[in-house]
Structure formats: structure tokens, C-alpha cells
Design a protein around this ligand. Sequence first.
Ligand code: SF4
Ligand code: MG
Length: 324
Amino acid sequence: VFDVSKPWLDRVVAREPRQTLKAVDGVSFEIRRGETFALVGESGSGKSTVARMVVGLLPPSAGEVVIDGVSMTDRKDAARRARLRRRIQMIFQDPYASLDPRWRVGDIVAEPIRAFNLARDRREVEHRVGEGLKLVGLDPADARKFPHEFSGGQRQRIAIARALAAESDFIVCDEPTSALDVSVQAQILNLMRDLQDRLGLTYLLISHNLAVVRHMATTIGVMYLGRLVEVSPARDVFAAPRHPYTRMLLDAVPDLAMSGRPRTPVQGEIPNPIAPPSGCTFHPRCGLADERCRREAPATIEGVACHAVAEGRAGAARPARAAG
Ligand code: SF4
Ligand code: MG
């Protein structure tokens, strides 16, 4: 039994050695139990790298991932680490690629049940598979079919059933709907929210789609060039984004931010991460950059890494338009 008052993911501190490409650099955040923490940023920001570190697909070359008080990067306490690994599963972007076409759906969903010895015999495996398919809105009889017999949305339901079959309660979702038709995306997101409520799931959501993030997130972490530049409650991010990069992302989709401003496309491009700009790596794209920004990387203060915000020269956070 886990203490729900404690954070599920205590912290992810990932650091890459100076000589190599820094996919992530000093990223540190925590995720509360039952919430949806969304990592956003343009492609190349390092958000997928962080997701892979959390599920253990990619060990950080330095730093640590601490989950439920257990360091996943520490060699001690292997048994507890293995139990935690079972509870953390991942849903990938492309359900076409993530399901083996040669396996029947029943075997796909049964795989974690068998791997983690969660059932006594074949009948119990079948029973659990049927329950898992019902949970995601499919028919237990679908267990006999192959992935190609299903639509994209149904395949993502199968992937969710497989993730949950491990009795997991922390699900890392990397762009879970971006390979799906728009009409199907909302169904899958609503299913994810429904399952979160019913099963008390915690989500780490990776998405570049702010509409998806707005629908799902309780907390948002904004990544830029491998760094977390802002962490704020989702409501605050959409009402009054603080970091200049967060503002730039939101200004590209003003209807979401409800700012009443005209749309401003994202300016400039992500620099080469092998030779990142000096100081604040966002400075070549930032309208508020000054000499200090070019020289000195900003510390993170109250969730935001920006000199202008810290110095009070970023202006008032943009007011939200009245709802309605
Ligand atoms: Fe812009 Fe300077 Fe803030 Fe970086 S530190 S986001 S360059 S104002
Ligand atoms: Mg990605």
C-alpha cells in the first residue's frame, strides 16, 4: 500500500556529460499521485528522452530517477525496483508499430500478465484479458483477432489494455493520440481520463499538442533544448504563462490560451543541441534577451528559469480573457 499523500514520481534528475549531446540537462520535477503531468515543447526539446528515462528504457548517464522513494538508478533494493517497474508502463505514439502484427490481441494483452506472474493458470489469464478488453471498451471476443482487424483508435485501446494488464498505475504516454484521426483522438483522451478516475492512475503525458494538454494536464512542464524552463499548474499556464518560451508556444494557438490575441507563429528554430547558445539557450529567439541572458544561464525560481521573470521585467503575465 502506497501513501497517496506522497508524490508518485519524486524526482527525475537527469544530466548528460558535458562532452556529448545533451538531450536533457538537469531536468528535475516531481509528479503527484493521480495527476497528469504534461511535458511540452517542440520536437528536439528532450521530452521523449525524459519519458524513456522514467520507464527505464534509457538510463540517465548521470543523475537519478526516484519513484515512490526508490532510486531506479541505484543498484540497491532490486526487488522493490522490479515491482515498481511493473507498475510503470508506457503507451507509444503509434499503435500500428507498437503491437506485434503476428500476435493475437489476447496474447498481446496477456503478455505482461504472464511476464509478471499475475495469474495462477490459463483460465485466469483469459479472464483477466477479457476484463482488460472490457475496461477499454472492447469485446472479450476480440482476444481472438489480430491487430490488423482493428482501426487505429481500437489499436490504441489494445495498447492501453496491455499497459494496464500489468496492474500498473503510472502510465507514460508519448504522443498517445498524434497518430490518430482527429475524430478518434477525443475518444481515446476521454477513455484515458475515465480510466484515470476509475483506477487512480497517474499520467506522464508527452505532447506537442496544446489542445491535448489543455484537455488532460493538471501540471505542465515546458522543455526547451533539454531543460525544463517552466513548471506550473496547467490552469496558470493557459491563463498567464510566465516564461517567454511558454508564451511563444501559446501565442501560436491563441484560441487555446483565450488571450484574444492574433495568432503569432512560433519564431525561429531550435538551435543545434550539440553547440547550444551561451547563457539562456533561448536567447536567440527571445524578445526580452539582454546581455545577462547571453552570458549566464538562468536559475529556476518558483518554477521558471528566466532572468527577465526573476528581475520583474517580463511584464505582467498575460491576462486571460474572461471565460465564456
Ligand atoms: Fe529570454 Fe533572458 Fe528569459 Fe532567456 S533568460 S527566456 S533570454 S529573458
Ligand atoms: Mg518525441
